[in-house]
Design a binder for this molecule. Sequence first.
Ligand code: ZN
Length: 220
Amino acid sequence: MYQHLSQDGSPIDLPATRALCIGRNYMDHIAELNSAVPDEALLFMKPAPALCHLSEPLIIPTDKGQCHNELEVAVLISQPLCQVSEADVEKAIWGVGLGLDLTLRDVQSQLKQKGHPWERAKAFDFSCPVTPFIPYAQIADLQDLHFTLNVNNQVRQQGQTAKMMRPVTTLIAEMSSIFTLQPGDIILTGTPKGVGPLQPGDALSVALEGHLSVSTSVVS
Ligand code: ZN
């Protein structure tokens, strides 16, 4: 069973509830997929069985077309948030880590064409591997984080939270106007460019500059 972990390896006393995600929060990723710029936040969720530890071998579906990496900054919520202002959001942040929003891209393309929801492409079991979380007090500025994904020792994604279209606290406040955020929820804040197919046996490493790095591999 998945349990949130702190950077020092100790378990965090919050339930593993779900991941709340935003699509299209970086212009460079919108451009690479030729997507439209949304006029309001494009939100979706991954259920609890999607959560797993990024440090453990990644299990990806191999019979549903391409499975893409999307490395994103992950924010762990510690208190309920219902219709809160941006100023109230920070008090409810336990900490920050990284997550992969694993996406079945071919399945998603078909769903987009039909105007259908994205769960078949994004909410499958183990579709949300996450790193341990760094306590929020150690994060100087949420909007000045740099993060990187290497696949087989080649840089595939390099992101800067300064380039988000919706900053983290704005995004979370907006989410809380639609549904109540629960303690233990993880917010995935969108992917920068560099999405691409993962293959069985690939070696991955992710880093949140100055804070953590984690290596893993795709189950072969
Ligand atoms: Zn994503």
